[in-house]
Design a protein around this ligand. Structure first.
Ligand code: CTP
Length: 398
């Protein structure tokens, strides 16, 4: 099930390191190519000889030895995913703070692939506020934390903190890679960010949208194998757009044109942009000068892009809109779903502290045109994107 996948396995100094021997065997048996990087402390628990024999690759430990120093960037790029199992409390803290004092940390900090973490430690260390804060930070940064198990710990105590069993870890990777390909051959369109409606050469009507949610969605669709077009408004937030095909636009009309140009070929369309509802009736050629009186701006409505696409939609196309509300959230969201002929509406309320423009987290409720409704917990925008894409796939397959 992992045929041809390149997995970079990191092992740190924890008693659970003995399980990484079985884990290596399982991953190789599933067809993966496994390269291993150990911390110096991990060598006290398992030997590089055992692991290099099982992985059929040299095991790297020492940052300054041979070619390891130069290799650390290439290793991170070589891998389809990095898995650190076990992650000790110490390594977890170093990762959350970007410390780089051994080869494993240098590889982690230069890895561009998804990173899975399987922590292992005693219950009190696991539950310590600092550790939980570190876990939160690492999740928000997009790392995938595998759940710890409850059971007998190295201290002899019973509790939470055991590393997940090798079979379970291999299972997570298999799920991840199978999920990835579910959208291969599909085309997806995502809008993100604000639009700026020009008033004069130096002013515009805009909003605070950062584009983070839309970009997270575009990346998630791409991870699952879709061919993604991102239509992005002029956000002021620096975003990593690596690997995405991006159409940059400024105003609502340009966004409309960019969407209409490709919509007919799309299987999935997600309108996450905060589009201006009104634009100045006329754009002044010169900077408008202040005067003593009141300045009146005459505004015209922009075209509702979601509604326009909803009217063009064909049977097999899935169209998803967002609804950002401050009151009567549920009614408004369901109203938008119907009026715009969308299949799914994702509601976020500005009354939720964890939701809204510029935040790294979001809390959403999703409604579909068959009356379905599902609420999610507060999560990082990357995890919300996963939930939304899962929901869309379920809806498509229903
Ligand atoms: N939308 C759009 N074109 C517009 C305005 C909104 O495509 N001119 C889309 C947004 O991208 C979002 C959905 O419509 O997917 C709902 O946007 P929202 O701003 O919540 O609602 P509006 O329809 O603009 O209504 P209101 O501002 O009155 O709440």
């Amino acid at each position: 099930m992992l045929e041809g996948k390149k997995i970079l396995l990191g092992i740190t100094g924890s008693i659970a390191a003995y399980k990484s021997i079985l884990l290596t065997r399982l991953l190789v048996k599933e067809g993966a190519e496994v390269k291993i990087v150990m911390t110096p402390a991990a060598k006290d628990f398992v030997t590089p000889l055992t692991l290099s024999t099982l992985s059929k690759n040299e095991v790297l430990v020492d940052i300054y030895k041979d070619s390891s120093w130069a290799n650390h960037v290439m290793l991170g790029r070589w891998a389809d995913c990095m898995l650190i199992a076990p992650v000790s409390c110490n390594t977890l803290a170093k990762m959350a703070n970007g410390l780089c004092d051994n080869l494993l940390m240098s590889v982690y900090l230069s890895a561009t692939c998804p990173v899975f973490l399987a922590p292992a430690m005693d219950e009190d260390m696991w539950k310590h506020k600092t550790t939980q804060q570190n876990v939160k930070t690492l999740k928000l940064q997009g790392n995938i934390l595998l759940p710890v198990e409850n059971g007998e710990l190295a201290s002899g105590l019973i509790g939470e903190g055991r590393m997940a069993e090798p079979e379970a870890i291999a299972g997570y990777l298999i799920n991840y890679f199978t999920e990835r390909i579910t959208l291969s051959g599909k085309k997806a369109l995502v809008t993100a960010g604000p639009t700026y409606e020009q008033i004069d050469p130096v002013r515009f009507i805009g909003n605070y949208s950062s584009g983070k949610m839309g970009v997270a969605l575009a990346k998630e669709l791409k991870k699952r194998g879709a061919d993604v077009t991102l239509v992005l408004g002029p956000t002021q937030t620096p975003l990593s757009l690596e690997g995405l095909s991006v159409v940059h636009i400024h105003n609502a009309e340009e966004m409309l044109n960019a969407c209409v140009a490709v919509f007919d070929n799309m299987d999935i369309t997600i309108m996450a942009a905060a589009v201006a509802d009104y634009k100045p009736a006329d754009v002044a050629d010169q900077k408008i000068k202040k005067n003593d009186g009141v300045l009146e701006l005459s505004l015209h409505k922009t075209t509702d892009i979601l509604k326009c696409l909803g009217n063009k939609k064909k049977d097999k196309q899935v169209l998803v809109g967002f609804a950002l509300e401050t009151n009567n959230e549920r009614e408004n969201a369901i109203g938008k779903l119907k009026q715009k002929n969308a299949d799914i509406i994702v509601l976020n309320s500005l009354r939720d502290e964890s939701a809204g423009f510029g935040k790294d987290t979001n809390k959403v409720t999703v409604f579909n045109s068959s009356g379905g409704e599902k609420s999610y917990e507060t999560k990082s925008k990357e995890d919300v994107a996963k939930d939304i894409v899962d929901y869309i796939i379920e809806y498509q397959n229903a």
